[in-house]
Design a protein around this ligand. Structure first.
Ligand code: GBH
Length: 496
C-alpha cells in the first residue's frame, strides 16, 4: 500500500481519534450494551464433571501435536467451579452483559437429543440466576465450536445434515429451559472458522484437511441451515412469549484494498464475500455471493426453495467478531483448488509499502492494532445489508505468555488499554456515520485456552496465574473499563 495513502489514512484517523480522546460512556446511547465475553471450552474446565459428555475439542486437544504447548481445556480457568467469583468480577468491572456459551455435551452428553443431563441444565440456570441477581444480562451462544464427540464419530458432525436436526433439538431444549430468563441468543459462533480451520487448514477440531476443496463448503452450508432451523424454532415457539432476540455471529477482518487499482479493489471485495457474504448473503438475499459461485461452481452446495425461505431474514441482529485488518491485493492463484485463500485469488499483506506494518503487532501472528478497520467493516455491513442491528460480540487483543516478567509488568497492559480506547472511538465514529450498532462485548473476561495456541496467548482483561491456583488479577485494561463504564472520562489506565 502506497505511502500517500498511508498519510491520508493516518491523518483522517488522527483527526477522529484526537477529537474523541476524551471518549466517555455518555458518548454512547444509554441503551447501548457493554458486555464481556468468553466461551465454554475456553473457560469452563470441569470437562468430565456434572455428567458432561466429551466434545470434539476434548478429543482434539488430547491428540498429540494439535495444541502448541501440549495443553488442554480439561481445567483451564475452572469457571465451572468458580463462576460466582467470575460473575462478581464482571459486576465489579461494571459490565452489564456477559456473553458465554453453553457446552452442548453438558446438556446432551451424546449429542443425540434423547438423554438430557439435568445437572447441565442446573449449572447454566445457576449461572443465569447469579448474573441476573447482579443486574447482568446473560447473552448465550449455543455453539462455540465444541460439538459433542459422538455426533462427529457416529454421524460425521457438520458434514452431515443429521447434525442440523440434532442442533435444532438442542436449541429448542435451551430456549425451553432458559428462555424465560435469557433475552439474547446467538446460534453459532464464527461458522467461517469451523469451516476453514476445522476442515481446510485442520488447525482446529475436528482437524480435517484431506478434502479441503469441498468439505468447508458443505460444513458452512449445514451450519447455516442449523442456524436457520434454530432461529425458526425460536420465532415460532418462544419469541412471542419470551420476547428475546436471536442472531448469528460472523467474523470479519477488514480487507483494505492494496492499491486503488480496480483489480485490487475487486480482490478486497471478494475477500469480504468469502468472509461475510458466505454467511450473510444467504440470510439477506437467499443465496451465496456470485463471486463464490463463479470460483467454486458445484463445490458450493445449493439451497432448495424451502431452505431459502427458512434462511431469509432468520436473524434479529448480526453479531460481529472483529479484531484486526490487513491489506488485500489481487493474486491469480486459481489453480490451487485446495487452498482457501488461493481459491479467492487474493493475497493478504500486513505491511505498507516500505515495510512498516499496518498497525502495532499483538501476540498472535494475525493480529495488528488497526482501529480504523472496525469503522469500515461496520459501515460496509450497514450499506450492504440495509443497516441491520449489529452487536460487536468480540473485540480485543493478546499478549504473549511470559515466564520471565514480574507480575506487575504483565498486569500493566498499556497496549491493550490503547487498543480498547481506539477501537471504541472508531465504533463511536461508525455510529455517527449512521451504523446501527447496539452493543459491544470485550474479548475476554479472563486469559483462557486459546485453542490450538493453548495458554501461550493471553486475551484477558484479567490475568490468570496458571501456576498459582488460577488466581485472578485485574490488568490495567480492566481498571480502564471500570472507570469508563462508571461514566468517567478516562485517558490512560488506572493511574488517572
Ligand atoms: C475468535 O476468533 C474466537 O471466537 C475466540 O474463541 C478466540 O479466542 C478469539 O477469536 C481470539 O483468537 O493465522 O491460521 O492461525 C477470531 C477469528 C480465528 C482469527 C483463527 C485468527 C487464526 C488463523 N480467529 N485465526 S491462523
Amino acid at each position: 500500500m502506497g505511502l500517500e495513502k498511508k498519510k491520508k489514512v493516518e491523518e483522517e484517523w488522527n483527526n477522529i481519534y484526537n477529537s474523541k480522546h476524551q471518549l466517555s460512556r455518555a458518548d454512547f446511547p444509554s441503551h447501548f450494551v457493554f458486555g464481556v465475553a468468553t466461551s465454554a471450552y475456553q473457560v469452563e474446565g470441569g470437562s468430565k464433571d456434572g455428567g458432561k459428555g466429551p466434545s470434539i475439542w476434548d478429543s482434539f486437544s488430547h491428540t498429540q501435536g494439535k495444541i502448541c504447548d501440549g495443553s488442554t481445556g480439561d481445567v483451564t480457568v475452572d469457571q465451572y467451579h468458580r463462576y460466582k467469583e467470575d460473575i462478581d468480577l464482571i459486576s465489579k468491572l461494571g459490565f452489564k452483559a456477559y456473553r458465554f456459551s453453553i457446552s452442548w455435551s453438558r446438556i446432551f452428553p451424546d449429542g443425540l437429543g434423547t438423554k438430557i443431563n439435568h445437572e447441565g441444565i442446573k449449572y447454566y440456570n445457576d449461572i443465569i440466576d447469579a448474573l441476573l441477581e447482579r443486574g447482568i444480562e446473560p447473552c448465550i451462544t449455543l455453539y462455540h465450536w465444541d460439538l459433542p464427540l459422538n455426533l462427529e464419530e457416529s454421524c460425521g458432525g457438520w458434514l452431515d445434515e443429521q447434525t442440523v436436526k440434532y442442533f435444532a433439538i438442542y436449541a429448542e431444549t435451551c430456549f425451553g429451559s432458559f428462555g424465560n430468563k435469557v433475552k439474547r441468543w446467538i446460534t453459532i459462533n464464527e461458522p467461517l472458522q469451523t469451516a476453514v480451520n476445522g476442515y481446510c487448514t485442520g488447525i482446529h477440531a475436528p482437524g480435517r484437511s484431506e478434502s479441503s476443496s469441498t468439505e468447508p463448503f458443505l460444513v458452512a452450508h449445514n451450519q447455516l441451515l442449523a442456524h436457520a432451523e434454530a432461529a425458526s424454532i425460536y420465532r415460532n415457539k418462544f419469541k412471542d412469549e419470551q420476547g428475546g432476540e436471536i442472531g448469528l455471529v460472523v467474523d470479519c477482518e477488514w480487507p483494505e484494498p492494496l492499491s486503488d487499482n480496480l483489480e485490487d479493489k475487486a480482490a478486497a471485495t471478494r475477500r469480504l464475500d468469502f468472509q461475510l457474504g458466505w454467511y450473510l448473503d444467504p440470510i439477506f438475499f437467499g443465496d451465496y455471493p456470485e463471486s463464490m459461485r463463479e470460483r467454486l461452481g458445484d463445490r458450493l452446495p445449493k439451497f432448495s426453495q424451502q431452505d431459502r425461505e427458512l434462511l431469509k431474514h432468520s436473524l434479529d441482529f448480526i453479531g460481529l467478531n472483529h479484531y484486526t485488518s490487513r491489506f488485500v491485493g489481487h493474486a491469480a492463484n486459481s489453480l490451487e483448488e485446495n487452498d482457501f485463500y488461493k481459491i479467492q485469488d487474493v493475497e493478504i499483506i500486513a505491511e505498507w509499502e516500505g515495510g512498516e506494518v499496518i498497525g502495532e503487532k499483538a501476540a498472535s501472528s494475525w493480529l495488528y492494532v488497526v482501529p480504523w478497520g472496525i469503522r469500515k467493516v461496520l459501515n460496509y455491513i450497514a450499506e450492504r445489508y440495509d443497516n441491520p442491528p449489529v452487536y460487536i460480540t468480540e473485540n480485543g487483543m493478546d499478549d504473549e505468555d511470559d515466564d520471565v516478567s514480574p507480575l506487575h509488568e504483565m498486569l500493566d497492559d498499556k497496549l491493550r488499554v490503547s487498543y480498547f480506547k481506539a477501537y471504541l472511538a472508531a465504533i463511536h465514529q461508525a455510529i455517527l456515520d449512521g451504523a446501527n450498532v447496539r452493543g459491544y462485548f470485550a474479548w475476554s473476561l479472563l486469559d483462557n485456552f486459546e485453542w490450538n495456541l493453548g495458554y501461550t496467548k493471553r486475551f484477558g482483561l484479567t490475568y490468570v496465574d496458571f501456576k498459582n491456583g488460577l488466581t485472578r488479577h485485574l490488568k490495567s485494561s480492566a481498571y480502564w473499563f471500570m472507570r469508563f463504564l462508571k461514566g468517567g472520562q478516562v485517558k490512560h489506565g488506572k493511574e488517572d
